[in-house]
Design a protein around this ligand. Structure first.
Ligand code: ATP
Ligand code: MG
Length: 872
């Protein structure tokens, strides 16, 4: 039996023999495509080739690509664990032809590989072909069907509809029919009962799709119509885990050597065995599946967070924690403990996971623990809701309550239902759905973007000239209109552009396009599929004119300085903190820079100083920029250039060097370090477990900051009459203040004693009750203390009523001795009644009560009123 590793290798070997270039997997986290957060198919990394923006280094390529299907167009998350053949993260084996071979070779080679090489029994195989679509004017894909007929009997070739057998990249762009290969792995007995062809594409867990061959031959335009694609594309995708399962004769992906080692360790940890209890099995599948997705996402540079891709990862982790908590009895962080096993199994094929094991574990442990705390709070909250529902005599939990739990505590409906069911309650699912829908509508309205068709002006390739120029003559290749939130902007692509498109944390350039008779503002520049897109506020009257494309130079120079600073900072941090420091994210703008890096404790103020000194020394050295463009990646590695995990690099890279700092980098840089002027670190903080963030500034911003600090010092000195020794003057002021405070306290205590003495002297005896009352200018707290002291001093037949006023706020304090309480006197009742006279209210116990109010005028009569009530 072939192992998973051998199967992966055999695929690459087979397509190598068909003259394919074998390329590495692109990172699973997508960083340079605003329309996609994660790689969800093998073709993603080839999108710019398919769109014709980039020439491929080979027209035949093959690989194994890490994919994640948890958001957007492909979202399998809720299936995962419940079935045995959908994963969040999986490997997609694929082969590509970019304008080279087409259907005949694609189908024949697929057949040759799985039947001749891997020996899958042809009688278990089925192929689907596109049945056609009259409304699109498309007929059946007879071409593909005819090729299949060379290998398969007709009753193993099945027509499929547009949903299953017509593939589209998005609302617009390349598309075409596809043919899927399905495998029937049921027992002979079952096959005899129901023919496999009836179960294809029917969600049967043993008749599953393993390979999809896509034949891209059309381009979908914005108005929905189709036109022929000049360079046809073959794009195939085979689920690696499904293939392994088929070859290893299993009926579940989880029974293969891809997952069994993980399941074994998890079982030992949770004290259970896979295959004995369906609920626990589901939970175990969820955990081992999600573990892979989370660990690889973190290794690719995507940390769990509150927004976008980070939030998707956070949600996957929470789903795993929840299943472990509910079904496997895991009340403490546990998933991270599986990482070493994952590294042992997959570290060879994917070295990034081995290299970052420590960080991955640390981040996961912290996320798990913090969610478990949330989970416990959520369970308490839900218990409150259940109790309220019970008190109201109902047995159904309101839908909006369940939704709040979902929205703020990540409690999915099924968990809420589970907990409720255990106590005999149900949940209003309809109400929940309504809340969910409302939220989705809100999100959709906020995010809706309408893209117009590209309007072609000139045929040309777009070229970035911004490393060498900040002004350059240019022509428009194409433009389109973009509408978002009722605002219209335009996107323009130029043949030559000095504008840097936002990338690698560096913001896009701003500036203007100037022609003979007009000027157009460039508000921002983005990079999409390798091309710079200029966002402009209006379209030129004459799009065919020649423009001078001028970058806002002041902004660009500031950005360059800050980008160069991140390189110097990176190097200095490694020197001071150690070589475990790795860049985990960065933001470079004209105002400053942000640098995130792996490090497991706070950076001390002394270390920060040291880093600043190292960087500033390099700035003073004025080290010149050395740039290696289109440099072979192997040579770059020899230079010792630092690469980023999770970044996609081609064969030719750009290397940026300032003396000993050497990095792979596509960004814009200062001509020499002296241009940075000076750098200053403004803050150091933690953004996740094991990841720190430094914010820093350079150049003019440092100057402005120093000016502000100096102004502040000047003002401060002014406040102290420009005392020559400010420090000791302030220290003396603090000490004086402390002295005065003590004196005030002493004075107040003295005054309280005086007041008390005065009240006792004024005490009256009314029908055998000692009445101590009066209005005093003291704090309520002092009045309370006084009342308790008097009560202790005169324990029998005593009534104390103090009206106090401080900061113009009146308060009442009433105390009654226990013997009077026994006779039915109630201080609480008195203050409630008399509180009205000071426009306030209060309460308390029979022996002691207080009230606060707004009207000090009524204090005297309130005190009299209480005495009157008490003696009545
Ligand atoms: P299915 O209908 O089974 O969800 P699909 O139509 O979504 O499959 P494609 O988008 O054509 O699949 O992807 C190509 C191949 O990738 C599939 O043939 C399958 O082998 C594999 N695949 C797709 N989704 C998953 C997943 N969630 N987990 C594992 N493998 C998958
Ligand atoms: Mg699917």
């Amino acid at each position: 039996m072939m192992t998973a590793k051998e199967i992966r290798e055999s695929f690459k070997k087979f397509f190598e023999s068909k003259e394919h270039l074998i390329v590495p997997s692109a990172p699973m986290v997508v960083k340079d495509d605003p329309t996609l957060m994660f790689t969800n198919a093998g073709m993603n990394q080839f999108k710019d080739i398919i769109l014709g923006n980039v020439t491929p280094k080979s027209r035949r390529q093959a690989d194994s690509q890490k994919c994640l299907r948890v958001s957007g167009k492909h979202n399998d998350l809720e299936e995962v664990g419940h079935d045995t053949y959908h994963h969040t993260m999986f490997e997609m084996l694929g082969n590509w032809s970019f304008g080279d071979y087409f259907k005949k070779e694609a189908i024949s080679w697929a057949w040759e590989y799985i039947v001749d090489v891997l020996k899958i029994d042809p009688k278990d195989l089925y192929a689907t072909v596109f049945e056609g679509s009259p409304e699109e004017g498309l007929s059946r894909d007879d071409e593909a069907a005819a090729i299949w007929e060379q290998f398969l009997p007709k009753d193993h070739i099945i027509n499929g509809n547009k949903h299953d057998n017509f593939w589209e990249m998005g609302d617009t762009g390349p598309c075409g029919p596809c043919s899927e290969i399905h495998v029937d792995s049921r027992s002979e007995e079952e096959k005899a009962k129901v023919p496999g062809r009836e179960l294809v594409n029917k969600d049967h867990p043993q008749v599953i799709e393993i390979w999809n061959l896509v034949f891209m031959q059309y381009n979908r335009k914005a108005d929905g119509s189709l036109e022929g694609l000049p360079a046809k594309v073959i794009d195939t995708g085979m689920g690696f885990e499904r293939l392994v399962r088929t070859l290893q004769g299993k009926t579940s992906n989880y029974d293969t050597d891809v997952f069994q080692p993980l399941i074994k360790v998890l079982g030992d940890m949770a004290g259970c065995k896979y295959g004995e209890d369906e609920k626990k099995d589901i939970a175990m599948r969820v955990v081992v599946d999600h573990l892979r997705a989370i660990a690889f996402a973190i290794a690719d540079g995507q940390l769990p967070s509150n927004a976008k891709a980070g939030y998707v990862i956070r949600r996957i982790l929470r789903r795993a924690v929840r299943y472990g908590y509910t079904f496997l009895g895991q009340k403490e962080a546990f998933i991270y403990k599986l990482v070493p096993t994952l590294v042992a199994e997959m570290g060879d094929a994917f070295p990034e996971i081995a290299a970052q094991q420590k960080l991955v574990m640390k981040v996961m442990q912290e996320e798990e623990s913090s969610f478990l705390r949330t989970l416990e709070n959520g369970i308490k909250l839900l218990q409150g809701v259940i109790d309220e529902t019970k008190a109201a005599g109902k047995t159904e939990i309101a839908g909006d309550k369940a939704f709040t739990l979902f929205d703020t505590f990540g409690f999915p409906l099924d968990l809420t239902e589970l907990i409720c069911r255990e106590q005999g309650f149900t949940v209003d699912e309809k109400g929940f759905d309504v809340c969910m829908q409302e939220q989705k509508n809100r999100a959709r309205n906020a995010a809706e973007v309408k893209m117009g068709d590209w309007v072609m002006v000139n045929e040309a390739e777009s070229e970035f000239v911004g490393y060498d120029y900040t002004e350059y003559p240019a022509h428009i290749i194409k433009y389109r209109e973009v509408q978002q939130k009722k605002r219209t902007a335009y996107e323009v692509i130029l043949d030559k552009t000095p504008f840097y498109g936002e990338m690698g944390g560096e913001v896009g350039d701003q500036g203007v396009l100037v022609s003979e008779n007009e000027e157009i503002k460039v508000l921002d520049t983005k990079k999409e599929n390798g091309v710079a897109i200029h966002i402009v506020d209006k379209l030129p009257e004459n799009p065919t004119a020649e423009f001078m494309a001028c970058v806002d130079l002041e902004m660009r120079r500031a950005v360059e300085a800050n980008h160069t600073c991140t390189h110097l900072l990176d190097e200095a941090l490694r020197e001071v903190l150690g070589t475990h420091v790795e860049q985990k994210g960065s933001l470079v703008t004209a105002d400053g820079l942000r640098f995130d890096f792996s490090h497991f404790e706070k950076v001390t103020p002394e270390q920060i100083r040291e880093v600043e000194h190292i960087v500033n020394a390099k700035i003073r050295e004025d080290i010149p920029l050395e740039e290696y463009r289109d440099y072979p990646i192997e040579e770059a590695k020899k230079l010792g250039a630092i690469a980023l995990f999770g970044e996609k690099y081609g064969d030719k890279v750009r290397v940026v060097r300032f003396g000993t700092s050497v990095e792979f980098c596509g960004g814009c840089h200062a001509q020499s370090t002296g241009r940075l002027g000076m750098m200053k670190i403004m803050s150091e903080s933690s953004i996740a477990a094991g990841v720190r963030r430094i914010e820093a500034i350079t150049g003019k911003t440092v100057e402005e900051t120093l000016d502000r600090m100096q102004d502040f010092m000047t003002d401060l000195k002014g406040l102290f009459n420009n005392a020559p020794d400010l420090m000791s003057t302030i220290q003396k002021a603090i000490a004086d203040n402390k002295d005065l405070q003590a004196q005030v306290e002493e004075f107040k205590a003295q005054q309280a004693r005086e007041f008390k003495k005065m009240l006792i002297e004024k005490a009256r005896d009314v029908n055998g009750v000692k009445v101590i009352s009066g209005v005093l200018p003291i704090e309520p707290q002092n009045a309370k203390d006084m009342a308790f002291q008097l009560r202790a001093q005169f324990p029998e037949r005593l009534l104390v009523v103090i009206g106090s006023v401080a900061q113009n706020k009146p308060a009442l304090t009433v105390s009654v001795s226990d013997d009077l309480v026994a006779e039915g006197k109630n201080a609480g009742q008195f203050v409630r009644e008399a509180g009205k006279l000071i426009k306030g209210g209060g309460g308390g116990q029979p022996h002691f009560a207080t009230a606060g109010g707004k009207d000090p005028e009524g204090l005297k009569s309130a005190v009299d009123k209480i005495v009157e009530l008490a003696l009545a």
